[in-house]
Each structure stands twice: as structure tokens, then as C-alpha cells.
Write a protein that binds this ligand. Structure first.
Ligand code: THU
Length: 145
């Protein structure tokens, strides 16, 4: 995805999804949106009283897309930031990249996808997924040579 207007729209979808995050334990609310061969899908992080069961926004978005028939992800936008539970305000912070598990999960659906992270300070970082996960393990590695 190279058109900056498309990236801007994806970022706005992720921002809206973030408002639906369920993160009462970390107060780190994350929204994600993926642009796919079947359109745009969104997700937010979902935490659990059994802390280790938390699911990241990126994987929720990717799983929603794949469960709706998508097989290729062109781009993912992620917005993550702490929200002060007392004031309801976001704490200004640099963009945060996807975690290692999400990098691997997304790699399956296009190692060259664009990854855009937006901080609550308004800054934006952009990469190819293959830069964030170099020489990753993917479907090609399960093919007989
Ligand atoms: N989280 C995400 O949703 N995406 C990331 O890339 C990093 C972390 C979530 C998981 C957990 O609910 C909270 O952020 C704090 O780690």
C-alpha cells in the first residue's frame, strides 16, 4: 500500500477500533486495521483476568480478516498507548511496533506488507514487515524442496 491517503484511512480505522479495546489490566489500549484482498478489517487488544491470555490487536484484526476469507494482507496500521484510567486521557508516547508474536502471525499473510505504527504523540513510523522480522519462518519453509 503506497498511497498515503489509503494509509491515512487505515490509521483512522485503527484509531476507531482502539476505542473498543478491552485492556483493564495494562491500560495499554491498542487498535489495529489490516488492508486485505477482501477489504479492511479491524481489531483491538482483548485482555483477561488470567493475564497471559491477552490477545494483541494485530492478531485480532488478522484473524477476523482471514476468518472472512482474506488471504493476503497489504498493510497493517497500529495505534497503541497508555490511557490514564483516572482522567481517561492518553499518555503522549512514541509509536510502538508490533510484538514478536504478531510479527510472526502477520508474516504468514505477506512478508512484505507495510506496517505503520502511530504514537499518541502523533508521530508515525513505517516499515516493511520483512524489516521487522528478517529471515522469518513462513509457508515456504514447509514446502518440500
Ligand atoms: N499489545 C497489542 O495489542 N499489540 C502489540 O503489538 C503490543 C501489545 C497489547 C497486549 C496487552 O493487552 C497490552 O498491549 C500490553 O502489553
Amino acid at each position: 500500500m503506497s498511497d498515503s491517503g489509503d494509509v491515512d484511512r487505515l490509521v483512522e480505522e485503527a484509531r476507531a477500533a482502539r476505542e473498543r479495546a478491552y485492556a483493564p489490566y495494562s491500560n495499554f489500549l491498542v487498535g489495529a486495521a489490516v488492508a486485505t484482498d477482501r477489504g479492511v478489517f479491524t481489531g483491538a487488544n482483548v485482555e483477561n483476568a488470567s493475564y497471559s491470555l491477552a490477545i494483541c490487536a494485530e492478531r485480532v484484526a488478522a484473524a477476523a480478516a482471514v476468518a472472512s476469507g482474506a488471504r493476503r494482507i497489504e498493510a497493517v496500521a497500529v495505534l497503541g498507548a497508555l490511557r490514564d484510567p483516572k482522567t481517561g486521557d492518553d499518555v503522549p508516547k512514541e509509536p510502538t511496533p508490533p510484538c514478536g508474536a504478531c510479527r510472526q502471525f502477520l508474516y504468514e499473510f505477506n512478508p512484505d506488507m507495510t506496517v505503520v505504527a502511530v504514537g499518541s504523540n502523533g508521530k508515525r513510523n513505517q516499515w516493511r514487515l520483512s524489516e521487522l522480522l528478517k529471515d522469518g519462518f513462513g509457508p515456504k519453509d514447509l514446502q518440500a524442496s
